[in-house]
Ligand binder design. Structure first.
Ligand SMILES: [Fe+2]
Ligand SMILES: [Fe+2]
Length: 250
């Protein structure tokens, strides 16, 4: 069963990770959804697939009134990211969905109308939702060709989509990375295969190294804190990714 766990709180600002679900069927990749809240303003990051909508909705409802969620941030177009969109829109037809302009004609295949979507330009933008002031940070080709991460300067938190993801074996269900070297083994193959461009990777590492960060929150696997964030950026910068390494095994 998914639960919403508070990972940041200061004043009225809170972040929740709707993570991990040991009871999900084996054939679904496990995902983390994130909810950022400031009083009655809230945004949901990568709400997940339609298959897990009931689990995500009930986990959020235990901690926060989902009627206050005004926006959905979709880092990219994948089914595990945002195929639940039509179900969220059934609950609240006024929801806005923020996504790359590149996918603005594709994601509506999951649901929504012209009024639903707010296109993010390639250079990123500020996303303002009531008291929330967040920044869409470019992460193109990591792995999607139109891809954004979401930075909250108030929480020093970066939601990093598939970057930082680890496919952890059963029994390793901890919310946070506790032993970086042991953890990162489960991230290596994922990044080598899914991250398509070494140039994009170096660009991202330079950009993110400049951010003031306490938490790096991926869409799969455990959350990086403190010094493990710099360890991850350095590890990723050194890793050969994409076409150099990722010819599928025959
Ligand atoms: Fe993805
Ligand atoms: Fe993913």
């Amino acid at each position: 069963m998914k639960t919403a766990q508070k990972i940041f709180e200061a004043g009225s600002r809170r972040w929740y990770a709707i993570a991990r679900d040991p009871d999900r069927p084996d054939y679904l990749i496990d995902t983390n959804e994130y909810l950022v809240v400031d009083g009655a303003d809230a945004m949901l990051c990568d709400p997940g697939g339609m298959e897990i909508f009931p689990a995500v909705f009930s986990a959020i409802s235990a901690e926060y009134d989902p009627a206050h969620i005004g926006g959905i941030f979709a880092s990219h177009q994948d089914p595990d990211i945002v195929s639940s969109l039509s179900l969220w829109l059934e609950f609240n037809p006024a929801l806005k969905c923020y996504c790359s302009w590149l996918w603005a004609g594709f994601i509506p295949h999951f649901g929504g109308t012209a009024e639903t979507f707010v296109s993010i330009p390639d250079e990123g933008m500020e996303i303002v939702q009531g008291r929330l002031r967040l920044r869409a940070v470019p992460a193109h080709y990591l792995h999607s060709s139109g891809n954004f991460h979401l930075y909250d300067p108030a929480a020093k938190l970066l939601f990093s989509g598939d970057v930082g993801a680890a496919l952890l074996p059963p029994g390793q269900g901890g919310l946070f990375v506790e032993d970086f070297d042991a953890h990162i083994r489960h991230a290596k193959g994922f990044h080598q295969r899914w991250m398509g461009s070494d140039a994009a990777k170096r660009d991202w590492c330079e950009r993110v190294a400049k951010l003031d960060l306490d938490l790096l929150c991926p869409q799969h696997g455990a959350i990086y804190r403190g010094a493990d964030i710099e360890r991850f950026i350095n590890w990723f910068a050194e890793l050969e990714v994409g076409i150099v390494n990722a010819a599928p095994a025959s």
